[in-house]
Design a protein. Structure first.
Length: 248
């Protein structure tokens, strides 16, 4: 009997440990050029929540987040090969300095700022948000938002197929809401008012964010409209989402 009670207590403890909420510590990394400059000195700053190491879920989340950050902060044809934030930032500033040495008479007010946050978390999902801005010359920089939705128990990404019972049905519902929000007639093409959906076919955005109200569908610049038109978004309530959400 004592053995059974011990095993039961041990099992309960293991379940409790597995369901324990992930712990995050926000860390800030910065780097600035060492080349002479008077103002707007090229710099890069990353402020990112990092999951406390020790579990497979935490390691998986940290690796995926870093991969996304690396895909944002770089210059050239492909991302840098560094495996940590310090090296990544150093490489970005190094790209500026190499270019400045090659074209010393030109000025480049390079800048990169990225901030991560966890705006929504439940026992079933963890929504990780990344706000970012980069400028490496040209008419303007680029500002955007990324969203990563994790299973907090495994640390794996929850895809749209894992979020919705029927992705196609939800996409049709989202299109109706989008058309209503941006006054696009039902029988007209989705790009009839000047939007830029690829192939003139409505699609869900790359950035889907959970919040207290429900689900925010966020289209970054160039995803559905020009830079001048800015990002597009629609907020859906949980009551509207009830027939479609697979994750409760």
């Amino acid at each position: 009997m004592k053995k059974i009670l011990f095993l039961s207590a041990l099992t309960a403890l293991l379940i409790s440990c597995n369901n324990k909420e992930l712990e995050f510590t926000t860390q800030t990394f910065t780097e600035q050029t060492t080349l002479p400059c008077s103002d707007n000195c090229p710099n890069v700053e990353v402020k990112i929540p990092i999951a406390k190491k020790g579990t497979i879920a935490a390691d998986s989340i940290n690796k995926r987040v870093f991969a996304v950050v690396r895909s944002i902060i770089y210059f050239g044809e492909k991302p840098y090969t560094g495996t940590d934030y310090k090296t990544l930032l150093y490489s970005f500033i190094g790209s500026y300095e190499d270019l400045k040495k090659e074209f010393p008479k030109d000025t480049f007010g390079w800048e990169a700022k990225l901030e991560g946050s966890i705006p929504y978390q439940t026992a079933n999902l963890l929504n990780y948000r990344i706000d970012h801005y980069t400028f490496t010359g040209g008419a303007h920089g680029y500002q955007g938002v990324r969203s990563l939705i994790f299973n907090p128990e495994t640390g794996k990404i929850i895809t749209n197929g894992g979020l919705f019972n029927d992705v196609n049905a939800f996409t049709k519902f989202a299109e109706k809401k989008f058309r209503a929000a941006y006054k696009i007639p039902e029988n007209d093409g989705i790009n009839s008012t000047g939007l830029m959906f690829e192939g003139e076919k409505f699609a869900l955005p790359l950035t889907i964010l959970f919040n207290e109200k429900g689900l925010l569908l966020y289209y970054n610049s160039y995803e559905a409209a020009s830079y001048a038109d800015g990002p597009k978004e629609i907020q859906l309530t949980y009551s509207e989402l009830e027939p479609y959400l697979k994750v409760k």
